[in-house]
Design a protein around this ligand. Structure first.
Ligand SMILES: C[S@@+](CC[C@H](N)C(=O)[O-])C[C@H]1O[C@@H](n2cnc3c(N)ncnc32)[C@H](O)[C@@H]1O
Length: 211
């Protein structure tokens, strides 16, 4: 890590980290100094490229990113500092702790893009998507909110479709048979996705509506 990034981890990160030791505010938007329409959540943002892209296009939405990998957090901090961004908060730990802290119905969109695939059968229980996680997302997503999931591991994508699609609180929004093969226009390519494509793996893109 460069000295600049280490400095941002020491000085900027503590100012952007939600304090989970206190109750969350009833209106999550009050975490931010400027007026905002809604708050979005990204789980496992890697280096934060998708999060910064969404922020640049939707300045009226705030974003909370979760990522335990410190070098990734430091990369996002670099982007936040470069552009003087005030509408991003970072939980540098397990997303499940943050989700448990969030008020019901406080989030308008959730992004889970290329979560670690854990492709071996004996590793599958380490996967992030479980019925418990989906239930906790159901609680924090507002009605009409969106959940986006992508994976280059077809077994994981099928499992996510089954677990999320079987939850009565979510509806898969696909209109055409091959929708899952197409990344929507307001969804940029991520770093992990680029790697998967360069290695010949075609991702699945799944969008769900919170009913
Ligand atoms: C395969 S990478 C994908 C990163 C990024 N979304 C992309 O598409 O380039 C998965 C990321 O999820 C993060 N991750 C794993 N478990 C997590 C958890 N429980 N909460 C939040 N992030 C997690 C990992 O640290 C890793 O950076």
């Amino acid at each position: 890590m460069t000295a600049r990034k280490a400095g941002l981890v020491a000085d900027l990160l503590p100012r952007l980290r939600p304090d989970l030791s206190r109750p969350a505010p009833d209106d999550l938007r009050t975490l931010f100094a400027c007026p905002l329409q809604e708050v979005w959540l990204e789980i496992g943002f890697g280096g934060g490229e998708h999060l910064l892209w969404q922020r640049a296009r939707t300045p009226k939405s705030a974003l909370i990113g979760c990522e335990p990998f410190l070098n990734g957090v430091a990369s996002l901090l670099g982007g936040i500092d470069d552009h003087g961004i005030e509408t991003i908060r970072i939980h540098d730990g397990d997303a499940r702790d943050l989700i448990a802290w969030l008020p019901a119905g406080s989030i308008a969109r959730v992004f889970i893009l290329f979560p670690d695939p854990w492709p071996k059968k004996r590793q599958a229980k380490r996967r992030l998507i479980t019925p418990q996680l989906v239930r906790s997302l159901m609680r924090v997503l507002r009605s009409g909110g969106e959940l986006r999931f992508a994976s280059d591991d077809m077994d994981y994508a099928r499992e996510a479709l089954r677990v999320i699609g079987n939850d009565a609180a979510f509806a898969w929004t696909a209109n055409r048979a091959d929708d899952w093969r197409r990344r929507p226009a307001d969804w940029p390519e991520t770093r992990y996705e680029r790697k998967a494509l360069s290695e010949g793996r075609k991702p699945a893109y799944l969008c769900f509506r919170r009913l």
